[in-house]
Design a protein around this ligand. Structure first.
Ligand SMILES: [Zn+2]
Length: 200
């Protein structure tokens, strides 16, 4: 597998997406990676060519194990631990750096050894993404979801760096709804005469 490691945001987004497939995050629906097919769908959805051979049960076990390691790296207590963990991810597969033209520009690329497994390749994608994030944006971009009912963690590679939720559409909305309800309860307690129950 070949990949560019100048675009760290790609690998960082794959790291976040992989961590968010875990059952401890998807408490209601359970593990999103349950068989070769769901693994294949995950890889395709995130722009990783799964290679010539279909994902096997062993690949699934390996990717789930990688998921646990990636979570530990993203949730590591300090930047040294993040960098050490991400460096380890890169040591799994033997990789060769080289320069190639990509869209007319000379670009640094990596190639993993032909015998490396799907999980090895994924570890390289994620490892380069996490290291690039630390180098370019700093360790404050490794965060826990602010929703009190969510175990998600994520890497914020946005320009502004103000992302608060692992799945903004889900966790952000949940918090907004809870805040809205709490505000309405407070307003009704402060002004009991204005509630609909007192009408008439
Ligand atoms: Zn969340």
């Amino acid at each position: 597998m070949q990949l560019t490691f100048t675009d760290y945001t790609f690998g960082a987004s794959v790291a976040t997406a992989l961590v968010l497939t875990a059952p401890e995050v998807l408490v209601a629906t359970g593990d999103a990676l349950t068989d070769g097919e769901s693994l294949h769908a995950f890889l395709t959805e995130h722009g990783i060519a799964p290679g010539d051979r279909p994902a096997t049960g062993t690949d699934l076990d390996d990717v789930r194990a990688l998921r646990t390691r990636v979570r530990d790296v993203v949730a590591a207590p300090n930047e040294e631990a993040i960098v050490e963990g991400a460096n380890q991810l890169l040591r799994v597969a033997r990789t060769v750096p080289f320069l190639a033209r990509h869209d007319g520009t000379w670009t640094w690329r990596l190639e993993t050894a032909p015998e490396s497994t799907l999980a090895d390749d994924l570890a390289v994608v994620i490892g380069t993404g996490l290291l690039g994030t630390v180098a370019s944006l700093g360790p404050s971009r490794f965060r826990s979801c602010e929703s009190p009912s969510c175990n998600g963690i994520f890497v914020d590679t946005s320009r502004a760096g103000r992302r608060r939720f692992c799945m903004p559409q889900v966790c952000g909305n949940r918090v907004n709804v809870a805040n809205f309800r709490a505000r309405r309860r407070r307003e009704q307690q402060d002004h009991p005469g204005t509630g609909p129950a007192d009408a008439g």
